[in-house]
Ligand binder design. Structure first.
Ligand code: DGL
Length: 265
């Protein structure tokens, strides 16, 4: 039997990363865990986040995963260093895509939407320090968006009002790149686009992470052989209604073989 790849997030946001990974690696089996019972992670302390992420990783290891993708910027910022110290399998993390934005901006202003936990993390601080002499990096905590996504609300007035509050001031600062530094935010792409218009590029980290996953599978010689249908087990620590809704929104479920279930972790 092939060993699956484990993917974790504080909730449904990591599905936006899994979508890209599955597109690039359709022959793999996946276990996706949404820790929706404990979302949002953003305002939590580093210690709390570490504790929550370790129990997800332990669960995945018990299910014999060959790799873990931490499809959450906040969980990566809080726990990846310690995860890599504890486990010997490859662990892929996520950080806001500052580098492509900083290298390509013409206005020398980029906007970043993320959580407090991500902005506090060493990855964000170190990467933004590298470019700070050349590019202004405007940070904005987008409080409340993760909660809306977790409640299954992706559009409408409530969403537009919050997006307007966070995105409009960045647009006024003459940004030409908006970095979505939280994996839940691409779920609000349509609303974000309404406020950025066509001249601002909206980018996230899904593609570079999928490339990194493929690279690590190949160089560790653990790429799976061809299968008939991608297998994905979607797990939530909360009732699965919203996870189910999001899975249907993001994946073509005719093309994958999947189960969606709640587990106690
Ligand atoms: N998807 C998580 C991230 O990328 C959401 C954070 C949260 O739960 O607050 O940061």
């Amino acid at each position: 039997m092939e060993r699956p790849i484990g993917v974790i997030d504080s909730g449904i946001g990591g599905l936006t990363v899994l979508r890209q990974i599955v597109e690039d690696l359709p022959n793999e089996e996946y276990i996706y865990i949404a820790d929706s019972k404990n979302a949002p992670y953003g305002p939590k302390s580093k210690e709390e986040i570490k504790h929550l992420v370790f129990r997800l990783a332990d669960y995945l290891l018990q299910h014999n995963v060959k790799m873990i993708v931490v499809a959450c910027n906040t969980a990566t910022a809080g726990a990846i260093y310690d995860l890599r110290k504890k486990y010997s399998i490859p662990i892929v993390g996520l950080e806001p895509a500052i580098k492509p934005a900083a290298l390509n901006t013409k206005t020398k202003n980029i906007g970043v939407l993320a959580t407090e936990g991500t902005f506090r993390g060493n990855h964000f601080i170190n990467t933004s320090n590298k470019y700070k002499d050349y590019v202004k990096i405007h940070m904005q905590v987008a409080k409340g968006l993760v909660e809306l996504a977790e409640a299954g609300i992706f559009d409408g007035k409530q969403v537009d009002d919050l997006i307007e509050k966070y995105v409009k001031p960045l647009v006024e600062l003459n940004i030409d790149y908006l970095v979505l530094g939280c994996t839940h935010y691409p779920l609000f792409y349509d609303s974000i686009k309404k406020f950025t218009g066509d001249n601002i590029k909206i980018i996230d980290s899904a593609k570079p992470v999928a490339i990194r996953v493929k690279d690590l599978l190949m160089t560790n010689h653990i790429l799976s052989p061809e299968i008939f249908k991608t297998k994905i087990q979607f797990i939530s620590t909360k009732e699965v209604d919203n996870l189910m809704l999001s899975v249907k929104k993001i994946f073509n479920i005719e093309q994958i073989s999947c189960v969606v279930e709640k587990v106690e972790i």
